[in-house]
Design a protein around this ligand. Sequence first.
Ligand code: SF4
Length: 454
Amino acid sequence: MATTIPPARRVGMVSLGCPKALVDSERILTKLRADGYAMSADYDGADVVLVNTCGFLDSAKEESLAAIGEAIAENGRVIVTGCMGNEAQVIRDRFPEVLAITGAQQYEAVVEAVHEAAPPTQGPFVDLIPQQDVKLTPRHYSYLKISEGCNHACAFCIIPQLRGKLASRRIDAVLREAEKLVAAGTQELLVISQDTSAYGVDVRHEERLWKGHPVRTHMTDLARELGQLRTAEGRAPWVRLHYVYPYPHVDAVIPLMAEGLITPYLDIPFQHASPAVLRAMKRPANEAKVLERLKAWRAICPDIAIRSSFVVGFPGETEADFQYLLDWLDEAQLDRVGAFRFEPVDGATANALPDPVPEAVKEERYARIMEKTEAISAAKLAAKVGRTIPVIVDEVGEPDEDCDIGATGRSQADAPEIDGSVFLRDVPAALQPGTIVDVVVEDADAHDLYGALA
Ligand code: SF4
């Protein structure tokens, strides 16, 4: 007798916010798939839509509310999760028809809400669904989240309130996940957390066994072991370290970069340079010797790319503080910089600080920092013209009227979504995203490079 397989319930997902939220979305979808749900790429085909929100800045909250509104209008059956879930009343007031609201990292609660809203199909075949992880990034790069939460109390930030204290994942579990991702085709691992340098502090850097030898729950052990992974082609995958604070032990990963085991790239959110502003911001690893360390790192690994972000117009920032920052940037010669105008965040202690900077002054300082960092970036990229560099291909285009095909990729100095691109001309149609190719750089502007296959 033939058995009819009941169709699986379908879940749609709208994922907003930072890479950490994207990893949460992947984890929720992985669990739902294991429970027998299928994914829906559009609103129409979904039995229920999950909106993973970001609630950090007011602008992100508005974007989250707009996404919830759209999902309700298009589908009607909506569950809200993520950082903005901690403000359930604001969501309920605006959208009383939302089925359930859960907060950040409440994986079980959100999965339970989906079970209630669209009970999973019962059938003998559900157990046969492969237990493969769901990825929302392209196959060739993956975020690797090593911890949740943060032990600091930066004045402008509410992450510790939203996500709690630092909770590090077991290092053997992180390494196993990395190994699986690389075996499944990942060419680039992006290590993320709120404070990567603090990895393992909460568990006193406990040791675990990995491949027969002990490894500590520590950023340097993690970097060393990730540097041992090999792709199917026998290459070390690119490994990028994000959200690294310049604690002394960061020095130990620079030789790994020089040896080609870890990608020569460090994302260090400095946020400012003036000691007075850093003190007011209550920033971790706020010490004076950073410029000397940058110099020492570059002596060991000349190709290291440093990316950072800065806040201008923090309460109490004087013209002298801001000028100090500009002069510091001249010295630091950072490769990639993101700048933000200070914006009060509900619940942040910075809101109570005296001497707010007028909006017009914030705008003017923002324009000046952008001008400075663009000039530094343009000069650094211009120096790459004529060199041959490895580039990972993200996308291959369609042939134009002359049958030429272009592709977009990234150098080792470019993380996906936040940094620049390398635009390639005249690539073969068979070139696949995820391939790492040698490229001769032919031209550059303030953010991007242009070139052709070597
Ligand atoms: S280090 Fe500071 S800015 Fe980063 S998550 Fe922790 S409190 Fe927020």
